[in-house]
Design a protein around this ligand. Structure first.
Ligand code: ADP
Ligand code: MG
Length: 552
């Protein structure tokens, strides 16, 4: 192998662009540790150059790497360890969730692959061979030896065990007839709206006796908590008493969390989708007929397209899109829902005849979703007791304490309000066949997929507004959704004949494999998204075209 230090020192003082000559060659950094630069940066102010560091021999196989979960967990642990403060190397460690990321991958045999960014030094736009050599052949091998290969194996094992417990707990849910589990002692609130770490001094969660379930986990052993059964669960309580915080924790429960997060054992069925109103978004050929019986101007609600949805139609579309993508649990918070889609009370029914109200409120559909389609709902509605009629259980949050008030709610509901149900059953959702032509990640002849925080997906010539897709965890996952869509087209999954759910099934299999296989060597940090977020990004792509709606 050529020597990186020598090569860099020889380049010292050359025009900055000569760094590019390092690309694609393998350099030995230490015994069984090598590095390859995959992308050079064009100039000193461009995004950092991208490097892959491979460790062929590691002590990690002893931690038990037979399952993908443990490999993901160990990779997450190592990425966090390697992302040292004040280091010249940019390593994407992610946040509180433990997701498979491109920054670190561990194989079953224990070999490890680290992907990082490095700003190649370039004073006066010239190669600084000596500084670059000090970083790449000095600091980088030190970092790998100390903070990757030299990690405390007991700590690494404890991290992997905790993640494996959460994953196991999630897999237990269906067998227990549950859609979510919140362990006693969990800390649900976050430090602030912009800080996802636990709130210090928070009131820990305790389960109401009626929901208490005990489970056995492979490492932690027996754990007690609240099991949320399948069906319709309504969360009530006064303002600022912790309702949204509970729902947010359930939204986050589709992912595993780092030890110390407070939500390590708050888990939700993998097919959980947060639903909200999002006026102004585009909707492409969604059958919102369950919610909307007529539209002005003769628009067909059973094949609804708009460049500018209203609050209610956007929420109706989001619900149907979630079902199309395979959601089994809908999470709805009145804070971000369209009121006129949620309820229509007895007095309004009396004043405004059904004939002049095209919306069927969710309260009249949520039962059919559970009974006819097996789709559960957890919804926060502190404002409407009409939901007592359709709820399987009602939970009250009072000063952050959760109690089961189902019996009292039943008594209240037994006294009729005069309200009449306005819809019968929720029809089966027709799946859309997307046209690959609209899903184009190229702009000016180049592939362009990146994320601006969790607000925007840059996809080819399109900026996709994903601010309302609450379950995106971080920018890496937004970029991941864009790259997954691009891959779905490139791999021929999205071919203009398959329905979106069929495309997502094929994509799921690919997303479970090595990240490099479906990101096409993109020079950006990526976290693996769920199919639901991939679909959510596609649904918000204004260039999306749909060929047909196919009956199930
Ligand atoms: P709601 O939706 O009922 O109006 P929120 O869930 O928004 O209430 O919570 C209100 C505030 O209380 C938030 O600032 C949140 O961080 C805080 N909070 C929620 N749960 C707890 C808890 N268990 N301990 C301490 N503070 C909490
Ligand atoms: Mg709230």
């Amino acid at each position: 192998m050529p020597d990186l230090r020598e090569t860099l020192e020889r380049l010292d003082g050359a025009p900055y662009g000569r760094y590019r000559s390092l690309t694609g060659r393998e350099w030995a950094l230490a015994r069984e540790v090598s590095a390859v630069m995959r992308h050079a940066q064009a100039d000193p102010f461009a995004p950092p150059s991208r490097w892959e560091v491979r460790c062929t021999r590691t002590p990690f196989a002893a931690l038990g790497l037979g399952s993908p979960v443990r490999r993901r967990a160990l990779a997450g642990f190592l990425a966090r360890s390697a992302a040292a403060p004040r280091s010249p190397f940019r390593i994407d460690a992610g946040g509180q969730e433990v997701l498979q990321r491109s920054s670190f991958e561990v194989s079953a045999d224990g070999s490890a692959l680290l992907r990082l960014g490095y700003h190649l030094p370039g004073p006066r736009r010239r190669v600084d061979g000596y500084d670059a050599a000090a970083d790449l052949t000095g600091h980088l091998p030190d970092l790998v030896l100390d903070r990757v290969l030299g990690v405390d194996l007991d700590e690494a094992r404890a991290f992997a065990d905790a993640v494996e417990d959460a994953d196991h707990l999630r897999s237990l849910l269906p067998g227990l007839g549950l859609v979510a589990f919140v362990a006693d002692g969990s800390v649900l609130p976050r430090a602030s709206g912009v800080d996802d770490r636990p709130l210090p001094g928070a009131v820990p969660f305790t389960s109401p006796p009626s929901l208490r379930v005990e489970v056995d986990l492979p490492h932690r052993g027996r754990v007690a908590g609240a099991g949320v059964p399948a069906g319709v669960t309504v969360v009530v309580g006064g303002g600022f008493h912790g309702k949204s915080t509970l729902l947010r924790a359930l939204e986050a429960g589709v992912h595993d969390h780092v030890p110390g997060d407070g939500r390590e054992l708050v888990v939700t069925a993998p097919g959980a989708a947060a639903i909200r109103a999002e006026d102004g978004r585009a909707v492409t050929r969604v059958d919102v007929g369950a919610f909307v019986t007529g539209l002005p101007g003769g628009l067909d609600p059973r094949d609804f397209t708009t460049a500018d949805a209203s609050g209610s139609t956007s929420q109706a579309a989001a619900t149907v899109e979630a079902l199309e993508a395979g959601a089994r649990l809908l999470l709805v918070d009145e804070d971000t829902a369209a009121t006129n889609l949620m309820v229509r009370d007895a007095r309004m029914q009396e004043l405004v005849a059904k004939a002049s109200e095209p919306l069927n409120p969710f309260v009249d559909l949520v039962r059919s979703l559970a009974d006819d389609h097996g789709v559960s709902t957890v919804l926060v509605v502190g404002s409407s007791g009409d939901y007592f009629d359709v709820a399987d259980r009602v939970l009250l949050l009072d000063s952050y304490r959760c109690t089961d008030v189902t019996d009292r709610a039943r008594e209240v509901a037994a006294r009729p309000t005069g309200r009449v149900a306005e819809a019968g059953t929720f029809p089966a959702v027709r799946a859309r066949v997307p046209d690959p032509g609209g899903v184009d990640a190229t702009a000016k002849g180049k592939r362009r997929v990146s994320a601006v925080g969790t607000d925007t997906l840059r996809f080819g010539a399109h900026d996709v507004d994903v601010r309302a897709v609450r379950q995106f965890t971080d920018a890496g996952q937004v970029a991941g959704a864009g790259l997954a869509l691009d891959h779905a087209v490139a791999a021929g999954h999205l071919d203009g004949r398959r329905t979106l759910p069929q495309v997502l099934d094929l994509l799921d299999a690919d997303l479970a494999g090595p990240v490099g296989d479906w990101t096409g060597g993109a020079a950006t940090d990526v976290a693996v998204p769920r199919r639901h977020e991939v679909a959510a990004a596609l649904n918000r792509l204004r260039a999306l075209r749909v060929r047909e709606l196919r009956a199930p």
